[in-house]
Design a protein around this ligand. Sequence first.
Ligand SMILES: Nc1ncnc2c1ncn2[C@@H]1O[C@H](COP(=O)(O)OP(=O)(O)O)[C@@H](O)[C@H]1O
Ligand SMILES: [Mg+2]
Length: 414
Amino acid sequence: MPSTRDIIESVLERPSVFKSKEKLFPEYVPSYLPHREEQLKSLAALFRPVLVEPGSISQRVLLVGGVGTGKTVTARRFGIDFKALARRKGIRLEYVHINCHRDRTLYLVMQEMARQLRIPVPPRGLSAQEMFNIILRQLEERDEYVIVALDEFDYFIEVAGSDAVYFLIRTYDEYPEATKRLNFIFIARDIYALGRLDSATESYLIRNVIRFEPYTSAELYDILQMRASEAFYEGTIDSDVIKYIADIVGVDHGGSGNARLALEILLLAGEEADKEGAPRVTIEHVRRAHTSANPNIAIVYDNLIHLPLHELLVFLAAIRVLKRKNVPYVRIGEVEQEYQQICEEYNEKPRRHTQVYEYVMDLKRLGVIDARVSGKGYRGKSTLIGISAGPLELLEKKVVELIESKRGERSGSI
Ligand SMILES: Nc1ncnc2c1ncn2[C@@H]1O[C@H](COP(=O)(O)OP(=O)(O)O)[C@@H](O)[C@H]1O
Ligand SMILES: [Mg+2]
């Protein structure tokens, strides 16, 4: 019998597919951001005057895009690099990143700005305005310039209101002669959040807008590939697996285009592989990871209950073919063949091709399967079917249960 120490040791010594798991965490800022070159260029162009003629303008830029489109990481990366370039030119520039979801009043924003700039302020008794004046004076004294990124700015607008935003962006209006030391990057999910502001303030903000569109599968593939090469040992994750995740999440394949979700699935899939001591991450690990990253899967299970018997049989056929071939996608023709075989097993008369196709489309609408038209690498055009909604093992069990209970019901009612 193994000693308790052996048991503990066996876990500690189990090899992992990860070389450096933290590289997949949301707070890590990679040094290269595929497919955000245009946004970085725009930022550089807009903030150029801060380096060329420091103090001449107070720049304000608005970054807009949905969740996981890379707004935060792009702003942070820009901050790091821009600061280094400024230093090289002998300009003292700081980058401050504030999450307004946490600090959603003017007072809290000022306090956080002072903290990051290491400007001492009394812990209480000051108003936001007084604190702001201390910060401005200190910057003057230190001859420093700052880019302040106000992330999740939607919350700030909602809670702090129009006056607070006005106060921030009009800092230098009353002192046109002053050296402009503060610059802003505002980050918001959608531009409609600004609708709450008065129109003068709004038009001030939307002068320089940089948009972040949801990522396509091809873009996510590059992003995941790059992040995976930092996080995983070589040879532990195939490009097939990465492509599979990119296809699940890509906006052009009906996904959300959210890089955060894609990275989370990648991380969880690696953890699934480690859990069973597997030497490589497989498609099946991704399916499992997708289930835990996606709480909506429970709803998918609930939907299955209401499906007609033959739709369940088609679903079961897809599960079995995918399981047997151990690939991300199979052709609809193969699924149909399997379906006919299953019908024989159950002594059911198979439905016609058009009906099977309808079932497939319905399963797709329900989010139970992924269906798409084949592209490169396949002979002829054909509908391809994949299932990311969970471990095939579990799905199969569930579907077989449902099929048997439906058949039971029917024979009972005759
Ligand atoms: N182009 C990219 N290259 C590498 N990683 C990216 C890229 N875009 C986003 N990410 C990563 O995806 C996750 C979500 O990005 P984030 O900047 O937080 O999105 P947003 O702020 O728009 O919600 C982060 O882990 C981030 O590092
Ligand atoms: Mg963000």
